[in-house]
Design a protein around this ligand. Structure first.
Ligand SMILES: Cc1cc2nc3c(=O)[nH]c(=O)nc-3n(C[C@H](O)[C@H](O)[C@H](O)COP(=O)(O)OP(=O)(O)OC[C@H]3O[C@@H](n4cnc5c(N)ncnc54)[C@H](O)[C@@H]3O)c2cc1C
Length: 430
């Protein structure tokens, strides 16, 4: 006998309670909508992605969270990012405050389990309903329009959430992308990441204590070194799969230790530190959805696209698009029009933001390119480059990348990622 099916009605169903989902939930609840956010895990739950960039300040301020994050025990201040050469030599850090006097210049490193909990609590306080332990299994459709989500709870009981608007914020699990076959990989960015945590890793003094360090490995691989609260550091490697697996039969710990010996700065900073928890691996992670929205459905955060983490843009893009999606969905509900076409500007802003970061990521991985050489030749672009690094993606960065293209192969913008409007669906087979 099948379990009894429960049907729940609301204005907006949000799938996934990461930064994108919680930001959208808080904004929509503030606008007065009945919001339900479902999350398949129980919180607090683990997430990688601990280093924020300065422009996270703006969506977090909109959510009313700056003071709370400043005071939270899960965060430490991050004032800069620094790069370390293959020889272990550190370059002058990019201090955000030399570029802007705005409060955003001191950003944060965060323990994501508690940071994400804080974002969920904020949504709940604003009257969004959050249900943990619900796994979304399928989109509910009426014709071409999404009218909600079918899920199951932890006991296997089916539940339908019916709503005029659905927001997919499922992160790299990419619920809607998988359902609709919308995933398109970024072919140049097929990297792999291997990471773990340490207690007692060396920290630099004073203002540099919370700096993110990017330390180079051969063949344009790199280490991240992210100081976290509680004397913990997050340390990871990003590189080509062939580079990491160049020796057969090594387990993740052995590969990590081999690379740590190659990079003198990392070796020195981990001397005497105690490794904790597991070694984690993920790969092939840069992709973008073919569409950002269809009738009744919009994608936010990693559920729309993911970019190599070298410039720590993921949480910023999740918060930025979570807030944006919240406002756009509110406007759609108010107008009584949830068609995909309403999300054209949303798609443009989202793609512009990702493209700014994507061009920077391509430059970083170009074997001919070095930021030092570029800035020596074009010191007038230091400010634009820093703007891109801090997440000021609304700025016109075309001149920066035109100049950078003398030194590196800068990609054209990807053509896909707009909404699936009637015009688009009429023009191609579905
Ligand atoms: C190796 C690596 C390093 C990174 N480093 C950084 C960094 O330093 N800085 C940074 O800003 N970003 C970093 N990122 C990116 C960052 O982790 C993400 O961009 C960010 O977490 C995206 O937030 P989100 O809300 O879109 O998704 P998520 O945080 O992934 O949240 C999605 C939520 O949806 C839930 N969910 C998924 N499927 C379902 C379902 N079917 N039903 C119900 N719930 C579901 C999940 O359980 C999850 O809680 C890194 C990523 C990787 C892979």
């Amino acid at each position: 006998m099948s379990a009894e099916r429960v049907v729940v009605q609301c204005d907006v169903i949000i799938v996934g309670a990461g930064p994108a989902g919680s930001a959208a939930a808080a904004v929509l609840a503030e606008h007065g909508h009945r919001v339900i956010m479902i999350e398949r895990q129980r919180f607090p739950r683990y997430r990688v992605g601990e280093s924020l960039i300065p422009y996270c300040w703006f969506p977090l301020n909109r959510l009313g969270l700056i003071e709370r994050i400043d005071a939270a025990s899960c965060t430490i201040r991050k004032h800069s990012v620094q790069f370390v050469g293959l020889d272990g030599q550190q370059t002058t850090p990019f201090y955000f405050a030399t570029h802007t006097k705005h409060d955003c210049a001191r950003t944060w490193q965060v323990a994501r389990s508690e940071f994400d909990q804080l974002l969920v609590d904020n949504a709940t306080e604003k009257d969004a309903e959050v249900r943990f332990g619900i796994n979304a299994r399928g989109l509910l459709r009426e014709g071409d329009t999404t009218v909600g989500v079918a899920g199951v709870d932890e006991s296997g009981r089916p539940i339908e959430f019916r709503a005029p608007m659905t927001i997919d914020a499922t992160g790299r699990d990419s619920f809607a992308i998988n359902q609709q076959g919308w995933r398109i990989d970024d072919p140049q960015l097929r990297k792999i990441a291997l990471w773990t945590y340490f207690k007692g890793g060396k920290r630099d003094a004073g203002i540099d204590e919370g700096a993110t360090t990017v330390a180079y490995l051969p063949e344009k691989g790199w280490f991240w070194y992210i100081p976290l609260p509680d004397d913990t550091v997050s340390v990871g490697i990003v590189c080509e799969r062939e580079y990491l697996y160049r020796e057969l039969g090594l387990d993740p710990r052995a590969m990590f230790e081999r690379e740590a010996k190659i990079q003198p700065w990392i070796h020195e900073h981990l001397r005497g530190a105690k490794q904790i928890g597991e070694f984690r691996v993920t790969g092939d992670y840069s992709y973008r959805s073919k569409y950002c929205a269809s009738d009744g459905l919009v994608l936010a955060g990693d559920a729309f696209g993911f970019l190599d983490p070298v410039f720590s843009s993921g949480v910023f893009l999740a918060l930025y698009t979570g807030v944006l999606a919240g406002d756009e969905v509110h406007a759609a509900l108010t107008a009584g029009d949830v068609s995909a076409a309403r999300f054209t500007e949303y798609g443009d802003k989202f793609r512009n933001a990702i493209e700014a970061m994507r061009r920077l990521v391509y430059a970083f991985y170009d074997t001919e390119f070095s930021f030092g050489t570029f800035l020596k030749a074009h010191p007038e672009f230091r400010s634009d480059l820093t703007d891109c690094l801090i997440g000021n993606v609304d700025k016109n960065l075309d001149p920066l990348f035109e100049a950078a293209s003398e030194f590196a192969s800068i990609p054209a913008a990807l053509p896909h990622g707009g909404p699936l409007t009637q015009a688009v669906s009429g023009a191609e087979p579905r």
